[in-house]
Design a protein around this ligand. Structure first.
Ligand SMILES: *Cc1c(COP(=O)(O)O)cnc(C)c1O
Length: 395
């Protein structure tokens, strides 16, 4: 051990603590679910991305369990050496069908999918135009590409046009956006983005991690919700949220594009294949999502009920319809209020998370509530009651 090194590191961690940015991890003693148990007791969970309640669904668990018996525990190989089973091909085909593209390529995570897509498809002389609030994995993936980078203000089509003007003359231009922005629960204006892409001869890439499986009439994603199903060139997304919540990500698009990614994309080529049980469980989750209009309706109803009860109780919400519902605590004292209300709610058995600067802009502290189809009406009412009681105690 080098004592100077560990002392320096420990000073950095202390600084993180002093800045109030230290992230501690709560331990769950149960599967991920609407009702969980932690060392401090039972809790209603309103902070997982378990939108359809599939993380502990019996069909998903049993598909994963059978795959363990039939296909073994792990692949011990990357895909192109000896890591491809029937399951992986099936899963890729099913993802492509779900999101409406010709093909899809599987990664260990969406972080890897975003890390592996830009470098291959966009080179020096190309231009990548990215929404300022895009996910960290997009930012990192774009950094690996030698293309010129442009940034536009969140969901701002005027500014996007300005950046498209600035990028004119590039060989390839791609507009990159999250389908849903996770801190606000807002949708990217995909119709306007696709119109501008047509006007400027640009491509569109959407990361639909917070939408795939449950947003849109048939749960196909933000492009379905926005009426641009055929107009998005590249879609990335995760299996780690609504679609069972285990792990895995993908890039979906034209078969030629997927073929090239299989040849050149580094996180695909040099990282292990997704475990068979995870592939099988994810396949089962996609089946449930495809046939899951009932769960989508329940999810929608829960989000509407929560929004209307919170409105009535005088809380300030960011408007919208996504099951991510930010409850805002603006102003100088907002960060303290949000964090104390979240703590007080956990003592009442309701688990929500407060976010403040630098995760969200200064003065825009919030508690982000995430509804699930696994919540009952009663669960939603309990959550609202806890909000009201905690506010009375803290504010
Ligand atoms: C969650 C998320 C990711 C990361 O997905 P993983 O599969 O967990 O790596 C990437 N992009 C967006 C927009 C996300 O919300």
């Amino acid at each position: 051990m080098n004592p100077d090194f560990t002392q320096q590191v420990s000073a950095t961690v202390d600084q993180i603590r002093q800045d109030g940015l230290f992230k501690s991890e709560r331990r769950l003693l149960t599967p991920q679910s609407a009702h969980i148990r932690t060392p401090s007791g039972e809790a209603l969970n309103f902070c997982a991305n378990n939108y359809l309640g599939l993380a502990d669904h019996p069909d998903v668990i049993s598909a994963a369990r059978s795959a363990l018996d039939e296909w073994g525990f792990g692949m011990a190989s990357v895909r192109f050496i000896c890591g491809t089973q029937e399951l992986h091909k099936q899963l890729e085909a099913r993802i492509a069908e779900l999101v409406g593209t010709q093909d899809a390529i599987l990664y260990s995570s969406c972080f890897d999918a975003n890390g592996g897509v830009f470098e291959v498809l966009f080179e020096a002389g190309d231009a990548i135009i990215s929404d300022e609030l895009n996910h960290a994995s997009i930012i990192d993936g774009v950094r690996l590409s030698k293309a010129d980078r442009y940034r536009y203000r969140n969901r701002d089509l005027e500014d996007l046009r300005t950046q498209l003007e600035a990028a004119k003359g590039a060989r390839r231009i791609v507009i990159v956006t999250d389908g849903v922005f996770s801190m606000d629960g807002s949708y990217a204006p995909l119709e306007g983005i696709c119109d501008l892409a047509d006007e400027y001869g640009a491509l569109v890439l959407v990361d639909d991690s917070h939408a795939v499986g449950f947003v849109g009439e048939n749960g196909r994603g933000t492009h379905e919700y926005c009426g641009v199903l055929e107009r998005v060139d590249l879609i990335t997304g995760t299996l780690g949220k609504a679609l069972g919540g285990a792990s895995g990500g993908y890039v979906a698009g034209a078969s030629e594009v997927v073929e090239l990614l299989r040849q050149r994309s580094r996180p695909y080529l040099f990282s292990n294949a997704v475990a068979p049980s995870v592939a099988a469980g994810s396949l089962a989750a996609i089946e449930l999502a495809l046939g899951g209009s009932e769960q989508r309706q329940t999810l929608r109803r829960n989000a509407e009920l929560f929004r209307s009860l919170m409105d009535e109780a005088g809380f300030e919400l960011l408007p919208g319809s996504h099951p991510i519902v930010p409850v805002m605590f603006p102003g100088e004292d907002g960060a303290r209020q949000a964090s104390q209300i979240a703590d007080s709610m956990l003592e009442r058995g309701v688990y929500v998370i407060a976010f403040s600067f630098p995760v969200v802009p200064r003065g825009k502290a919030r508690i982000r509530v995430q509804l699930s189809a696994a919540h009952s009406e009663q669960d939603v009412q309990t959550c609202v009651k806890a909000f009201i009681q905690a506010r009375d105690e803290v504010v």
